[in-house]
Ligand binder design. Sequence first.
Ligand code: GLA
Length: 374
Amino acid sequence: MNYFMKSINIILYQLIFLVLAVKTIAQPSLKEEFKNNFMIGTALSNHQICEKDSLLIQLVEEQFNSITPENLLKWERIHPEEGVYNFEPADSFVAFGLRNKMFIVGHTLLWHQQTPAWVFEDEKGNEASRELLLGRLKDHIYTVVGRYKGKINGWDVVNEAIEDNGEMRNSKWLKIIGEDYIEKAFQFAHEADPDVELYYNDFNMWHKGKIKSVSNLVNNIKSKGIKISGVGLQGHWGLTYPSNEEIDEALDTYSKLNVNLMITELDMAVLPLPNNNTSAEITKNYELQKKLNPYPNGLPDSMQVKLANRYEDFFRLFNKYKSEITRVTFWGVNDSYSWKNNWPIKGRTSYPLLFDRNNQPKPAFYSVINTVKE
Ligand code: GLA
């Protein structure tokens, strides 16, 4: 190589180094910025865990210190048939978290959705008895929690058991076992791994009826000497709901329960709702109409600003409760993989997260970071 080529090479290397350095300085990391407040988590899908999208994985490693699996630990995925467990995807997910020293969340042990029909039936196809269902619940929890004992740090033990008005959800769990199914699930999980954290997780946690019933539930479980470590507020929220006051009030009440609080499943609906239903009830899906998919080619600047301001308001509130909030988990890494592209209407182009479809931070990312510098 002649002298000229050598110099060009050195200059090239210096340039690459400079670009990398500027990138590191210019793009802060959520987990670093919030390290004195709470952990910052994300949900990972099966596809992402296979690590084929290396840029996305790099982003996960740079930005987040906690992970939750979007689907692979749900009953229908990990335990599709009686006696048949599919551990492979979950093993890879846990290995990824351990390799990156992340706080690993298990989601979820008991839910009325994504649970196969056989769970609630006897061998003749009739409704299972209380004993049979309780036995299956215990076997499932002992097996799954037991396998990841000492590796998974916290479990969403029960998901979405209470209606917005505060009544208990009329699920097969309630119908067959009775009201004590919730405490039984917590008890089994504690027996399977005495050190793991155990949570109750739900959407619309700002509805007055729900605030009251979830608070009673936590106190009731505690009064029986059963372990419950925290409450997860699914943050499937929108530009206009809930109001800041509603989130504040909910956090204020839950913060008096003496358990950890977590914002789980955070994302923001920027597209019009087909009706005024703000729940995350996954069975509800509506027909695609053009007016309900207004930004197929990109989010206009004016909407980016609205999204950024709303996220900023959320994080100001979360920072206010940083003594109780231990983790804020986004439901997805970037906009392209979000479930919001297909719910509550299939096939829309949605923009609910802090990173765009090219893994680039959106204005909302910087407004969130700004709250911690205030
Ligand atoms: C609920 C569940 C999640 C997920 C979302 C939709 O919030 O808790 O596991 O299924 O719905 O992605």
